[in-house]
Write a protein that binds this ligand. Structure first.
Ligand SMILES: [Zn+2]
Length: 175
């Protein structure tokens, strides 16, 4: 069931990418967030907070930790946009805070509803920032995820952290 939900999240990201005519890396995740009506607030937050999302007077507000690396901020924005696209009905009247680096959450079949939301938002963010179609264009020769040099070059091209790219390439987000 979790796998189906992740696949749905991935498809939703692909739909958004198509709607916004994204054809090259890096994906303009801030532009997409704004086009979806969200207001972005990049501010210094506690180190353990990556971001948050809430609806204020009908406007989605995405908060991002300014102290984190820009590539990590981009994944956070993608994650919060995932919540906006996938879970908007569950955001009314609450402030959704992402306390730990969402990437490090391990998938568990026995996930609670909240964990499932995080897993879905991560799958959405992974596909939004590292779209399958664009990655395929880069991976004309197989990439060894332990090849730090190539992994770093690929991560820079997509403006994501190397750990995000490694997780993406080993299929972590969608399996
Ligand atoms: Zn979240």
């Amino acid at each position: 069931m979790t796998k189906t939900r992740k696949r749905n999240a991935k498809q939703e990201a692909q739909r958004i990418l198509a709607e916004h005519s994204v054809r090259s890396a890096p994906v303009g995740v801030e532009r997409i967030a704004r086009a979806l009506g969200a207001s972005l607030e990049v501010r210094p937050l506690d180190e353990q907070l990556s971001g948050m999302i809430f609806i204020k007077a009908g406007v989605p507000v995405i908060g991002v930790n300014a102290l984190h690396h820009p590539h990590r901020q981009r994944f956070t924005i993608g994650h919060e946009v995932g919540h906006l696209v996938l879970h908007r009905d569950r955001l009314e009247g609450v402030v959704h805070v992402d306390k730990t680096y969402p990437m490090l959450r391990r998938d568990q079949a026995s996930s609670t509803g909240v964990d499932l939301m995080e897993i879905e938002a991560n799958a959405f963010a992974a596909e939004l920032l590292m779209p399958e179609a664009l990655l395929e264009g880069e991976l004309t020769t197989p990439l060894d995820v332990d090849d730090e040099e190539r992994l770093t070059a690929l991560s820079r091209k997509f403006k994501v952290s190397t750990s995000a790219m490694r997780y993406r390439l080993i299929g972590y987000f969608f399996e």
